[in-house]
Write a protein that binds this ligand. Sequence first.
Ligand SMILES: Cc1cc2nc3c(=O)[nH]c(=O)nc-3n(C[C@H](O)[C@H](O)[C@H](O)COP(=O)(O)OP(=O)(O)OC[C@H]3O[C@@H](n4cnc5c(N)ncnc54)[C@H](O)[C@@H]3O)c2cc1C
Length: 359
Amino acid sequence: MKKSDAEYDVVIIGSGAGGGTMAFAYARKNLRVLVLEAGPKFDPFKDYKLADKSWEQQGFPHKPGSQGRQTFAELQKLDPAHEDPRSWNAVIGKTNPTDRRRPYKYHHVRGVGGSTLAFTGESHRMHPESMQMKSRFGVAAYWPVDYKTLEPFYSEAEKIIGVARPTDLGTRWRSEPYPLPPRELGFGGQKLVAGAEKLGMNWGANARAALSKPCDDRPNCNYCADCNRGCRRTDKGSVDVTFLQKATASGFCTIQSGVTVTKIEAGADDRVKGVHLIDAEGKSAFLATPKLVVACGAVETPRLLLNSANQHAPDGLANESGLNGPVGYAQRVVGGWGHRRIRGCNVPVQVQEYIDSKK
Ligand SMILES: Cc1cc2nc3c(=O)[nH]c(=O)nc-3n(C[C@H](O)[C@H](O)[C@H](O)COP(=O)(O)OP(=O)(O)OC[C@H]3O[C@@H](n4cnc5c(N)ncnc54)[C@H](O)[C@@H]3O)c2cc1C
């Protein structure tokens, strides 16, 4: 590992959705970027073994070091008054039969590409009103940007990822059509549509980062529905085969995997001086950098900032509000899973009532 801050214009911690897109944004401006990634590199063609006998019973094929450890304190007792909203399914009944809250596993991948290696590829834009929680409900903070400002960036990112969907002009208006044409609904999609129509619900085809035709040297999706187990064909728009691929091809981006940043060093003026890290050989080092992007994910970013407290920032970096850590931003997802194994497009349809509802 090079110790010189003269070698890179910016250091990015984390190579997932956030870090990978930032690496691309800097590299295309000819800025020299170093990406430090705690997890290993995955090779889609070797590591995602779709032909293995037990493949369908496995989850994402994690490698050593590609999952962080999680510990939980004892969680609160459940209020019996809220018995009903507990999750259940027809096969096992209540998914939490105990009287205590259950910790939800932090579902993520540590690796070059981050959690997008395992992501389903649903490519939604945020609801414009989600950025106005403070003015609408008096909670959270004012966003520094609104949907109109973000819209051109959404369009550009969708082209690089390769998003397919029929274009509609709903709440999330668009300045241009989806970059790729929609796929036809397969067996599973048609079943969902029939169910939605029977219940009087509006449905729409889902925006998917699974290529409906070849794009950028990537083949079209074969609809094996194994997106969460790693996409061997590279048609799923994970960050390793899209933004990071373009960033490294520019010659301005270097990725170092197996490197964990343990602390950020900042001075009295809050300016970052550099990062302490454990390199791929397990050795401690300090890397000076004039500019730093922290993109370690929703759990690890707050943790690293809190862990980087110093005499000038005793409550952790970027934590003058005291909100870093205890406050997160959650998005509601309501979904259904069939127990029969069906090939076809993953999550092909969505029900609009849940997407655009103001209730
Ligand atoms: C199974 C699954 C399905 C999903 N499906 C979808 C979907 O369909 N659509 C959708 O929009 N989203 C989906 N998501 C969520 C999406 O993948 C994440 O929201 C997104 O990847 C988060 O980006 P991020 O950059 O914040 O974090 P990540 O992508 O998790 O990347 C963070 C990276 O930082 C690295 N890192 C952390 N700490 C350190 C450290 N101290 N030093 C060095 N590196 C560090 C990690 O190893 C990791 O690679 C899914 C996620 C999972 C797990």
